[in-house]
Design a binder for this molecule. Structure first.
Ligand SMILES: [Fe+2]
Length: 385
């Protein structure tokens, strides 16, 4: 029996090389636009913004994008943006730029606080148009109802989930990702891979999303190393951007699971980037999970290019090794030890991860506190058994 589901994606998705130029069309009815743009991208969109400003749209542009945005830093935007009174908010860049734009769009008017809206379904409204443009292939934030921020006091990442965070327009232009350095391409690409794998193997998986997820896995597995070795390979960049878009489209309806939950303390406490944390943990969570749905993990192996042996259990275990091989091929660290995190932090990290119930509830196999500790210990050594 196919379960009921709700699909809430942007009204309009512009995908392909050169598509950033459509921003002009999407600002046609805007009078005042607040634009948050990642600093390395600003020179690439400068002439386009100048051209748009000649059509009469007034801009306030900020490049103050803070990675893994802390709650207190986001709050600093609300007053000046409220004074500017935009009718449109645009976020151009990686996940942090887009997440900040999404949060600013729903909170700058001061009717709700950040604390009011953390969690699921707590945002009451959005009065302005929201446009996101992704320039990294990873987060998928351009199409999701999710924004993630850092609670520096609790040393934890926190999520805001609301239909009001789904942008009106998402623009994915792989040309904007061509100057992205290889380590960031690798980390964001493995984040997208994690989105697809965690959605496909999810306890709440859905056939519509399965199709996107498995194709996303195939696209990312076949293009990530190429994009890391040659950033100007537009074919690889485009395949990666599409895989990442598919990963993002999985996040609203199905979402991620234990890899993301266990990655949160690495980001919140030790400032490890989201993609690297996911990449290091992914094989070890897969190793723990695959007995719960070996057939699905076998399909992950096939989508990653592993030759089918016909033995489902064997293919599922090969999926774990193949995913590790892909992250190794783009030089991402392969253990928690390599990230410089002390082994004695594992107990506290496991306790913190167990609080991320909104994601742990999606995991195909139930994870206890001692399981979380065991997964961290395996990932600390970085040896796949
Ligand atoms: Fe992610």
């Amino acid at each position: 029996m196919i379960q009921a589901t709700t699909l809430n994606w942007p009204n309009l998705i512009e995908f392909g090389a050169g598509k950033i130029k459509t921003l002009k069309d999407h600002l046609e009815n805007s009078k005042r636009a607040f634009i948050l743009v990642d600093p390395p991208i600003k020179p690439m969109v400068e002439s386009l913004l100048n051209e748009i400003s000649r059509t009469g749209v007034e801009f306030k542009i900020s490049t103050e994008v803070i990675p893994e945005p802390p709650i207190n830093e986001i709050k600093k935007f609300f007053k000046p943006v409220n004074e500017f009174a935009p009718d449109t908010v645009v976020g151009i860049g990686g996940g942090s730029a887009m997440d900040m734009a999404k949060i600013i769009a729903v909170l700058f008017d001061g009717k709700q606080s950040v604390e009011d809206v953390i969690g699921i379904g707590n945002v009451s409204n959005r009065d302005v148009k929201l446009i996101t443009s992704s320039t990294t292939s990873g987060t998928g934030s351009e199409v999701t109802p999710i924004a993630v921020l850092t609670d520096t006091d609790a040393k934890l990442k926190k999520g805001i989930v609301s239909p009001f965070l789904v942008p009106d327009v998402a623009i994915i232009d792989p040309e904007l990702s061509m100057t992205l350095p290889a380590p960031i391409t690798a980390a964001t690409g493995m984040d997208a891979m994690t989105h697809c794998i965690e959605a496909y193997t999810n306890k709440h998986a859905h056939p519509i999303i399965d199709n996107l997820a498995i194709e996303g896995i195939r696209l990312i597995a076949s293009s990530l190393e190429r994009a890391c070795n040659n950033g100007n390979d537009l074919e690889a960049r485009t395949a990666l951007a599409l895989g990442s878009l598919y990963g993002g489209m999985c996040l609203g309806p199905v979402n991620t699971a234990a890899v993301h939950a266990l990655a949160y303390p690495l980001g919140g406490e030790f400032k490890i980037s989201h993609g690297v944390a996911n990449s290091v943990l992914l094989p070890f969570v897969m190793q723990f999970n695959y007995i719960s749905s070996a057939k699905k993990y076998a399909n992950v192996a096939k989508a990653c290019g592993v030759k089918d042996t016909g033995d489902v259990e064997q293919m599922a275990s090969l999926a774990v090794k193949k995913v590790r091989e892909i992250s190794n091929s783009c030089k991402i660290p392969s253990s928690i030890k390599e990230l410089g995190i002390p082994e004695n932090a594992i107990t506290e990290m496991a306790k913190a991860a167990m609080k991320v119930t909104r994601l742990l509830d999606n995991n195909p196999r139930e994870i206890t506190l001692s399981d979380a500790g065991e997964i961290y210990r395996n990932a600390y050594d970085g040896v796949i058994k």
